[in-house]
Design a protein around this ligand. Sequence first.
Ligand code: NAP
Length: 344
Amino acid sequence: MTRALITGVTGQDGSYLADYLLAKGYEVHGIKRRCSSAGTDRVDHVYEESAVVGARFFLHYADLTDCCSLTRLIHQIEPEEIYNLAAQSHVKVSFEMPEYTLDTLAGGTQRLLEVVRQTGIRPRFYQASSAQMFGNSPPPQSEASIGHPCSPYGVASLAAHSLVVNYRESYGYHASCGILFNHESPRRGETFVSRKISRAVALIRLEMQQKLLLGNLDVRRDWGYAPDYVRAMWLMLQQDRPDDFVIGSGESHTVREFVEAAFAEVNLDWHDHVEIDPHEFRPMDIDHLRADASKARRRLGWEPRISFREIVRLMVRSDLTKLRAATSASKHVTHAPSRPPLRA
Ligand code: NAP
């Protein structure tokens, strides 16, 4: 049974990756940082399912800003594969918290790599790099595109990416970076633009909200489906040689197109509900991201399976279902869900 460690397991991608690896028979360990609420909503179901087939999913308290906790865990688990997905991953927030963003993403990656080096174990290592590190390099962006990041998050992602490449070249690690373009799902955090739109559309449809405030509708992004993208992460670590791969659909759409498609799902005209809020604009933004993922198609045999329209539909329908369930649950007594046990 292969032992994997996922940092960022409580996030969108980490939770889908845990589903994916458990289905492949892995033993999965995830790190969870201390916060005042449970924060395990996205993986509660993983724990419950794993309990049925025998406990193969474990959560541990640790933090990428805390070297001691990482050292303890790597010694304890001795993972064969590490997926480093933890980050302050919100671009707009990174302008407000640049130091923290750099410390978690770039500093955290450096700490994890160095702890692994010092323990002497040789796990395969996956780094969650981001297309944000390309900045305004002209589309389509490939592995060869020159980085000119447009945000502290993009800078941190480029630094983390470069560190992983450096450890690979200096110490011969099997360390690969997936340079992922935007990917969404019903588990996307509610403050990211795709989920902000899908959730607001559901609230407006249910007459629980009137308006949706957004920033720049003209930026173009390459949007994919998160479960498709975690499959690419796993494929990278199964290759004989480590390498870096761009992962994206090759299609781009504006935020306006996302808005139009989402409102169309519930037969509403977006013009009646969307307002532009200058506070939502970033100090600097990337105009156009569109992936050239031909290397991943050729070498990994990876293809996206879910289209842009399907992603929008899945997200709007999921938010409608969740809101309807929450409204009806608030009228009834409910049972608290069980939580994953923490091995601290
Ligand atoms: P996400 O939903 O924001 O999840 C981030 C995860 O990192 C959460 O589990 C979070 O824990 C954890 N985390 C944050 N700070 C931490 C710290 N100091 N120590 C330990 N854990 C910490 O992000 P995602 O969408 O799943 O993305 C996964 C990774 O891929 C991120 O590195 C992101 O930058 C990168 N990426 C994402 C996209 C995308 O479109 N989704 C594209 C390219 C790259 P809490 O749950 O406690 O907050």
